[in-house]
Design a protein around this ligand. Structure first.
Ligand code: COA
Length: 161
């Protein structure tokens, strides 16, 4: 892969403005970003794999430098398959550090040719989390200041069912 490409993996259940901020900042450094939606996660997700994928595609439909892909299994196997070398992760507060530290070093142990780069979300959104967004939406609160616009509609549709 000749361009400067990074893979931003996550569960994105749902994507928040914090994630969007990481993507925007990353586009300063990378020519292209692949957002990799994980099927296999420890989390019991609210949105299905397919819904999370479609939601992300909609959110970034106007950004030609962002491609949304799905992956199953190990992240490093997906990286190998598409020929990417850089994993991008967002860092919010100190509490993220331990988990990210462990994941970055474990991925490096599994494949030493892959590097993880961290970018901090802008401070106004750096405390956002998907689980709080889910809780607020389920309880009928206003999430419009926390998520990109299309996500609101995804919640409305899902909660109506
Ligand atoms: N803004 C807002 N929220 C953010 C954020 C940001 N910039 N960065 C992280 N978060 C939050 C999310 O909202 C989410 O919050 P929640 O726990 O309240 O729901 C949490 O941090 C993490 O979610 P996300 O960013 O979607 O990533 P993740 O930690 O769920 O992703 C994978 C983990 C998918 C990257 C990892 O499990 C993986 O690689 N799985 C594949 C299997 C594998 O290879 N395993 C071995 C790993 S060593």
């Amino acid at each position: 892969m000749p361009e400067k490409v990074a893979v931003y993996p996550g569960t994105f259940d749902p994507i928040t403005l914090g994630h969007v901020s990481v993507v925007k900042r990353a586009l300063i450094v990378f020519e292209k970003l692949i957002i990799a939606v994980a099927k296999d996660t420890q989390k019991n997700t609210f949105f299905s794999f397919e819904e999370r994928f479609e939601m992300l595609k909609e959110v970034f439909s106007d950004e030609p430098r962002v491609e949304v892909m799905k992956f199953e299994g190990l992240l490093i196997d997906f990286m190998k398959r598409i020929g990417a070398k850089v994993i991008l992760r967002g860092l919010r507060t100190v509490s993220d550090f331990e988990y990210e530290f462990q994941m970055a070093l474990t991925n490096r142990k599994l494949d030493n040719s892959i590097e993880t780069i961290f970018i901090m979300a802008e401070e106004q959104v750096s405390y956002f989390s998907s689980s709080l967004v889910r809780e607020i939406a389920k309880l009928g609160g206003d999430i419009s200041l926390l998520v990109p616009q299309p996500v609101i509609k995804w919640f409305e549709r899902k909660l109506k069912r």
